[in-house]
Design a protein around this ligand. Structure first.
Ligand code: NAD
Ligand code: SF4
Length: 392
C-alpha cells in the first residue's frame, strides 16, 4: 500500500486516540506539515500514569510486537524513519520486554534500512522516562525526550507542525498504534463494525477496586459499566457500589445512577464526565469519598510541574483543605473555598493537569456534600474505618 492509502484507511476507521482525549488518529496524521526532505517523527506515548490506568502496560507485556508492527506501519505512512517509544520509567519489566522485542524485529528484517526487503527505513528507540506524571503530556514528553526538564510547551504549534527537535511529529498512544495493524489487515469497515457511530472500534477497559475479578477487559466502546462489572464477577463480597471513575481520577466521578451510560466519548461527556483512559476504579459503600479524593489531590499537588500559578499554588491549597476535612478539622467555609479554588484553576491552567485536579473534588462535592460537611467534626477514618474496606 502507498503511505497515503494507509492514512486514508486509518482515517476511514474513525479511530479516536486511545490516550484519553479521543482526538481522531487519522486526522492527527494528516495535520502533519508536508514533507520537506527533513526528518519527521512518530513518538509513541507509553508514559501511562493516570491513576487507575493499566491498559498499555499489560498490552506491551502480552504482545509487544502488536505495538512494534503498528509503529512500523504508522512510520511508513507518515514518512518517519526513526520512531521513539517513550515509556514510563518505573516499569522496568516492560522496558526490558520492549528492548528485546525491538531486537527480535530488527533481527527478522522488520527494522533497519531495508524493511521487508522493500528499501524502506524505519528504526525504533525505546526510551524510559524518569517517573514524572507530567511527562505523559505530549509536549512535556517531547522536552523530556530532548533531554530537558519535562514541562508542557505552548500549543500551537502542535507537534504535527513543530514537535521533536522542532520537526513534524505525531505523538500517539500505545493502544492507538497497536490498533493500526488490525485496521490495515481487516479493513476500516471491520473496525467501524464495532463500537458506536462516533466512537468506533474496541478498547481496553481496566477495572480495579472492589470488584470480584479486577483486570483488563477488551470490549467495544459503548459497553456499560453495569455490563463490565458483571464481566468482572460483580461487586466484591456482594457489597453495594458507591462511586466510580470512568476515565481515571482526572475525570469527574460517577455513581450508581450512571451504571447504564454507554462508555463512549460522547455519551460519557453528555453525562458530565469524560471517557479518558477507561480506567474504571470501583469503590464500594465502605469507602470514604473524602479520603479517596484527598489521596488524588495529594497526587496532583505532588505531580504539578510548577510552570503555572493556578495549578502550582491551587493544588497546594486544595491539598491543605482536603487534608483538613479528611481529619475532621474542616471549617465552615472550607467547602465553598474548595469549590472556589477549583473554579479558579479550571480553564486557567497551562495544561490538562490543573483542570484534572479539580474534577474529582467538584464532582464528589456534587454527589456527596454531606460527607464533606461531616469533615468539619468527624475524621473520615471514624466514619469509614479503612479496615472495613478490605476483603480477602
Ligand atoms: P488535547 O485534547 O489538548 O489533545 C489531544 C491530542 O490532539 C493531542 O495530541 C493534540 O496535539 C491533538 N490536537 C488537539 N487539537 C489539535 C489541533 N487543532 N491540531 C492538531 N492537533 C490537535 O488533550 P491533551 O492535553 O493532549 O490530553 C488530555 C487527556 O490526556 C485527558 O483527556 C486524559 O484522559 C488523558 N490523560 C491520559 C493519561 C494516561 O496515563 N494515558 C494521563 C493523564 C491524562
Ligand atoms: Fe505544570 Fe500544572 Fe501548569 Fe500543567 S497546569 S503546566 S502541570 S503547573
Amino acid at each position: 500500500m502507498e503511505p497515503q492509502a494507509i492514512i486514508d484507511a486509518v482515517k476511514d476507521s474513525s479511530i479516536r486516540g486511545r490516550g484519553g482525549a479521543g482526538f481522531p488518529t487519522g486526522m492527527k496524521w494528516s495535520f502533519m506539515s508536508p514533507p520537506d526532505g527533513g526528518p519527521r517523527y512518530l513518538v509513541v506515548n507509553a508514559d501511562e500514569s493516570e491513576p487507575g490506568t493499566c491498559k498499555d502496560v499489560p498490552l506491551m507485556m502480552a504482545n509487544p510486537h502488536a505495538l512494534i508492527e503498528g509503529v512500523i506501519i504508522s512510520s511508513y505512512a507518515i514518512g518517519c524513519e526513526h520512531a521513539f517509544i517513550y515509556l514510563r520509567g518505573e516499569v522496568v519489566h516492560v522496558y526490558r520486554r520492549l528492548l528485546r522485542a525491538v531486537e527480535e524485529a530488527r533481527a527478522a528484517g522488520y527494522l533497519g534500512t531495508n524493511v521487508g526487503g522493500k528499501g524502506v527505513t524505519v528504526d525504533i528507540t525505546v526510551h524510559a522516562g524518569a517517573g514524572a506524571y507530567i511527562c505523559g503530556e505530549e509536549t512535556a514528553l517531547l522536552d523530556s525526550l530532548e533531554g530537558r526538564r519535562g514541562q508542557p510547551r505552548l500549543k500551537p504549534p502542535f507537534p504535527g507542525a513543530a514537535g521533536l527537535y522542532a520537526r513534524p511529529t505525531s505523538v500517539n498512544n500505545v493502544e492507538s498504534i497497536a490498533s493500526v495493524p488490525g485496521i490495515i489487515l481487516e479493513g476500516a469497515d471491520w473496525f467501524k463494525g464495532m463500537g458506536t457511530e462516533k466512537s468506533t472500534g474496541f478498547g481496553i477497559f481496566s477495572l480495579s477496586g472492589h470488584v470480584a475479578h479486577p483486570g483488563q477487559f477488551e470490549a467495544p466502546l459503548g459497553i456499560t459499566m453495569r455490563e463490565l462489572i458483571d464481566l468482572a464477577g460483580g461487586m466484591r463480597g456482594g457489597r453495594r457500589l458507591k462511586f466510580w471513575t470512568p476515565g481515571g481520577s482526572s475525570t469527574p466521578i460517577f455513581t450508581e445512577e450512571h451504571l447504564d451510560v454507554p462508555l463512549d466519548f460522547d455519551s460519557v461527556a453528555a453525562a458530565g464526565s469524560m471517557l479518558g483512559t477507561r480506567a474504571l476504579q470501583v469503590f464500594d459503600e465502605t469507602v470514604s469519598v473524602v479520603r479517596a479524593v484527598a489521596r488524588w489531590t495529594d497526587f496532583y499537588a505532588h505531580e504539578s510541574c510548577g510552570k503555572c500559578t493556578p495549578c502550582r499554588e491551587g493544588t497546594w491549597w486544595l491539598r491543605q483543605i482536603m487534608n483538613r476535612i479528611e481529619n475532621g478539622q474542616g471549617t465552615q467555609d472550607d467547602i465553598d473555598k474548595l469549590v472556589d479554588i477549583c473554579d479558579n484553576i479550571l480553564g486557567r491552567s497551562f495544561c490538562a493537569l490543573g483542570d484534572a485536579a479539580t474534577s474529582p473534588i467538584t464532582s464528589a462535592v456534587q454527589y456527596f456534600r454531606e460527607e464533606f460537611e461531616a469533615g468539619m467534626h468527624t475524621p473520615a477514618h471514624e466514619l469509614f474505618p479503612p479496615e472495613k474496606s478490605v476483603l480477602f
